[in-house]
Design a protein. Structure first.
Length: 201
């Protein structure tokens, strides 16, 4: 009986779920464009080996999103289309906002051996840059938690979006600066937000 109640609770009309899948595709695409952009930015503005920080920053954001969802389970009991729409807005907005904020951090890798404040600056890099990945991970986590019976479709669109984002990031550097590529990632997030808004209607 509990299993049947869970199925009814998780059910979503096919049309709405299709728009959610497309929104997830653009969210993953935007997240990968931003992640690859950060590797380029870090390798140019900092020493090249700091570019590897980006992978751990992304994993921190994605991992934190899953932990947050466990701590706030009431999200699973509401209309997920509404939550996905609002969180997607935060995701799209967080990319340029935290990019601008992080650019003002006075981190100098040359001073790291004698200035302890540089370690604090690295901490703030992790904190600020993890927010976009936190919101992106939260979108996917909420979708998986609420419409798990379509988990295969969620993973499919997530991976397709990530693949497209990886390819688009390469071409983005041909047309934009590093900062422009970050803005382009935000625009892709806005497109995903539009599809979440359609599913919310």
């Amino acid at each position: 009986m509990f299993f049947l109640r869970t199925l009814r609770f998780s059910y979503m009309p096919q049309k709405s779920s299709n728009f959610i899948f497309i929104g997830i595709l653009f969210t993953s695409c935007a997240a990968l464009i931003f992640e690859i952009s950060l590797t380029r930015i870090f390798s140019v503005s900092l020493w090249y080996h700091f570019a590897f920080m980006v992978v751990s920053i992304a994993l921190l954001g994605y991992g934190a999103s899953g932990s947050f969802l466990m701590l706030v389970p009431q999200i699973k009991k509401e209309d997920i289309s509404k939550y996905l729409f609002y969180i997607s807005n935060l995701f799209s907005l967080s990319i340029p906002v935290f990019y601008i904020i992080s650019n003002r951090i006075p981190f100098d890798p040359v001073k790291i051996s004698w200035d302890i404040h540089q370690l604090y600056y690295i901490f703030f890099y992790y904190l600020f840059y993890s927010f976009p990945f936190f919101f992106a991970g939260l979108i996917i986590s909420i979708a998986l938690a609420n419409i798990s019976y379509k988990g295969h479709a969620i993973y499919f669109f997530d991976l397709i979006g990530a693949a497209l984002g990886s390819i688009m990031a390469l071409f983005a550097f041909s047309f934009f600066t590093e900062s422009g590529a970050a803005v382009f990632a935000s625009v892709m997030g806005v497109v995903g937000t539009a599809f979440f808004r359609i599913s919310y209607k």
